[in-house]
Design a protein around this ligand. Structure first.
Ligand SMILES: Cc1cc2nc3c(=O)[nH]c(=O)nc-3n(C[C@H](O)[C@H](O)[C@H](O)COP(=O)(O)O)c2cc1C
Ligand code: SF4
Length: 606
């Protein structure tokens, strides 16, 4: 039932009180308001601001940033369809049409009965089970147009009061909510046969914090989030940074299109990840840990809370962990709200503090000034799991897998044109050829390594190795067959960056849109060599002058396809003396009518 003005103010005051009146919990509070009211109205923003002692504009600034928070009413059921090259290859457009027909809502709109909103969203982390969608946070996978009528009928039959959510992601019970297990092949390090849960943590507690960091250093563990920074070095910097508090943050934002291996770890081995975080807490002298879980994985929130509760009950979280006096550590889960940029560690920290997820200037680095300005180690989900295994079995055992510069194994999320999509744990050093054999894609025409920010590889590069010294990757591997157009995929990835740019700096905010326009021109067979030179110059400017990693890699879909597939561009170019079909006068016709004056005459008087 809708709350009246006074009821809304009183209810929000309760929510804010439950959050300890803490301004850094603003994202949680806004998510609770959205879950209860369907949107975050200006009245709600004012009530939140009053209860938190903020200006309404400060609250609005945050609410307007996140794709999953809306300030105006949407349908009771908000259907978000995952839009990626893989989902489209597998029929997402037909599924979208079926939803539009069944609900009466156009894509991007709301049905006239107010029941349904339909929209595209960036990859929801179900690359092996596309086409996929979120319905009020509940995940539906492997959708076919024929399924849609029954799903919509089931939604129509849900009673209004049943929609009132208890918690984001738990608001509607759907008959077909399915995420099938994605692990196809486990490997020796993470998914092999191991001893009791908690063995790594027990081993760590029998050592000194310095010894723990030394073990991680000897194992040569490098961060699994993509960049491959040495984990022990990060932990050492953080530990050395003098402060009354240190923080351990697990980056579970997993927003890179094509990646879903962190979801699998959090589903299959959550205790191993929490062991790794607790080991880091012990090594750094931190008492607080935080998991930043992407909003698309809200359905994992409650199960993970249950794991944390069980760990508290067993003495593996809280005070005196494992009977070890002075070892105090607990973990909170912060839910994101649909922003890819929040995977960037400094943006993540701002978001976790209840602000817009805008990247920070660096230095200072998070190891000096991170969460709440305190020294913080931000590591990927898989990195923590690896650290726990290193402590469990020893550095030499871990370094026995992989290559000299890339020790251990890597989880790869494989999707696209292959017989067995899913998650594979492989030793570093595996070639792309080896991977394609493994996943059943002998005829792949190109492979996108590391999502849009990575590289499109042609078959001449399939002998290259997956390792930090050759193809560094966070683990996204999208496979494309011969009937796929690599430039069309590059355009979709460029679109992704346009949608996900946080807008802070002009090179990225404006540059990504200009890149898209120029690429569209070439794809429409209207470009010349001059356009290619212009697009390269622009791509280099965006790469060099953008403020953070998103903008610095946003031109990669264009630059890497130009490098690896030049013939695809050449085939679409017009000769330099090409006379465009559209004249300047025609292009400006509408403006001339609106302005009531001729551009030539204007130019002549200038
Ligand atoms: C735009 C952008 C998005 C990112 N998304 C993620 C992410 O989803 N998960 C992740 O672990 N790292 C992500 N990173 C890298 C993080 O900033 C950071 O390097 C990483 O969490 C460090 O953990 P690691 O050392 O264990 O790899 C992203 C970086 C950028 C620039
Ligand atoms: S590069 Fe893009 S994402 Fe990064 S700060 Fe600039 S606008 Fe934001």
């Amino acid at each position: 039932m809708a709350l009246t003005g006074a009821e809304l103010i009183a209810w929000i005051a309760t929510v804010v009180r439950d959050a300890g009146g803490d301004r850094t919990r603003l994202l949680d509070i806004a998510e609770a308001v959205q879950a209860r009211c369907g949107h975050v109205s200006y009245e709600a923003i004012e009530a939140m601001a009053t209860a938190l002692g903020l200006q309404p504009v400060e609250v609005q600034d945050v609410v307007s940033f996140y794709a999953f928070l809306n300030q105006s009413p949407k349908g009771r059921f908000r259907i978000r369809l995952s839009k990626t090259p893989v989902s489209l290859m597998q029929g997402a457009a037909a599924v979208a049409r079926a939803f539009a027909d069944a609900t009466g809502a156009a894509v991007g709109g709301t049905s006239s009965d107010g029941l349904f909103s339909l929209e595209w969203t960036s990859d929801i982390g179900m690359g092996d089970q596309e086409p996929a969608a979120l319905v009020n946070g509940t995940v539906l996978t492997a959708l076919r147009p024929d399924d849609v009528a029954a799903i919509v009928a089931a939604l129509r039959s849900v009673r209004r009061e049943a929609v009132t959510p208890l918690f984001p992601g738990r608001d509607v019970v759907l008959p077909h909510a399915t995420v099938r297990p994605s692990l196809v092949q486990g490997g020796p390090v993470l998914f092999g046969d191991h001893g009791r849960a908690g063995d790594g943590l027990r081993a760590a507690l029998s050592m000194s914090p310095d010894q723990v960091i030394r073990a991680v250093s000897t194992a040569a563990l490098r961060g699994r989030g993509g960049a491959g920074f040495p984990t022990a070095m990060k932990w050492k910097f953080c530990r050395q940074s003098v402060s009354d508090e240190h923080y351990v943050v697990c980056n579970a934002d997993e927003g890179e299109p094509g990646t879903f291996k962190d979801r699998v770890l959090l589903t299959e081995l959550p205790d191993l990840v929490f062991d790794g975080m607790t080991i880091a807490g012990y090594a750094l002298g931190a008492t607080h840990g935080l998991v930043y879980l992407r909003g698309e994985y809200a359905y994992l929130f409650e199960p993970l809370q249950e794991v944390l509760a069980a760990r508290r009950a067993a003495g593996w979280l809280g005070t005196g962990i494992g009977g070890h006096t002075g070892c105090d550590f607990d973990i909170r889960i912060q839910l994101g709200a649909g922003a890819y940029i929040c995977g960037e560690e400094s943006a993540l920290l701002d978001s976790a503090e209840g602000k817009r997820g805008a990247p920070r200037d660096r230095p200072p680095f998070p190891t000096d000034r991170g969460y709440l300005e305190k020294p913080t180690a931000v590591d990927n989900v898989e990195t923590f799991a690896c650290a726990a295994r290193i402590l469990e079995h020893g550095a030499a055992w871990f370094a026995g897998y992989g290559t000299r510069e890339s020790t251990g194994t890597k989880l790869l999320s494989v999707s696209g044109d292959c017989a067995c999509p899913g998650v594979y744990e492989v030793a570093f050093g595996l070639t792309i050829h080896g991977l394609l054999d493994l996943v059943g894609a002998p005829d792949a025409a190109f492979v996108q390594v590391s999502g849009p920010s990575g590289e499109s590889l042609s078959p001449k590069d399939f002998g290259r190795a997956i390792a930090f010294e050759d193809l560094a990757t966070g683990g996204s591997m999208m496979v494309f067959g011969a009937d796929r157009d690599v430039l069309d995929v590059a355009l979709q990835f460029t679109d992704f960056f346009v949608a996900e740019s946080c807008g802070w700096c002009a090179p990225c905010r404006v540059g990504t849109t200009l890149l898209r326009l120029q690429l569209e021109k070439i794809l429409a067979n209207r470009g010349t060599l001059t356009d290619v030179r212009a697009i390269v110059a622009l791509a280099n400017t965006v790469t060099r002058t953008s403020r953070c990693g998103l903008g610095q890699t946003a031109a990669n879909p264009i630059l890497t396809t130009m490098r690896n597939f030049p013939e695809r561009y050449e085939a679409r170019l017009q000769p330099e003396d090409f006379v465009p079909r559209v004249t300047l006068r025609e292009a400006l016709a509408e403006a001339v009518v609106v302005q009531g004056r001729e551009p030539v005459a204007e130019a002549a008087t200038a």
